[in-house]
Design a protein. Sequence first.
Length: 183
Amino acid sequence: MNIKILFSILLLYSYVSKADTLGIETGLNIPRFVSLKSNDSNLRIGPSKDYPIKLKYIIANTPIEIIDEYNNWRKINDFEGNQGWMHKSLLSGKRYALVNPPYDEDVQIYHRPKGKIKGKIGKYNIIKIKTCTKNWCSIKYENSSGWINKINIWGTYPEEEFNIPFYQSLINQYWTVLIWLGR
């Protein structure tokens, strides 16, 4: 009998703790990263068009972080720490990131994680994220693609992984062999 009660308590606790991280309106994780759909997106001080505009974003695909939900409005945080409300129609689930290294130098793009350097990209450029492993993201910028270390971008969480193919562990092993061989 005690095992059933303990199991019920653990199940209820896991449900309640998970519910704290889900948005009331969408059921999606809070916080989460998304991007702006258009070159004309208004950040307001409250969740309605009746509230004044705080900031105007003029670059599509700018990554932002949703930190709360209220009806059709999403409270967001940008890479500079600005917070406010945006209508959900201005947002896209497509993942982009901002090159934002902890130093003021260009960031290296690699052929693969810890592989050969393929090129460099400057601070504050917006990149499309294709997939992210624990420490690296596969990105696309203009007509180039490659891998970038997560510490150099704003738009993903430190341990976040997404869009990983089921065979990624085989790829990781292949990369490890290549590193071991010095290639």
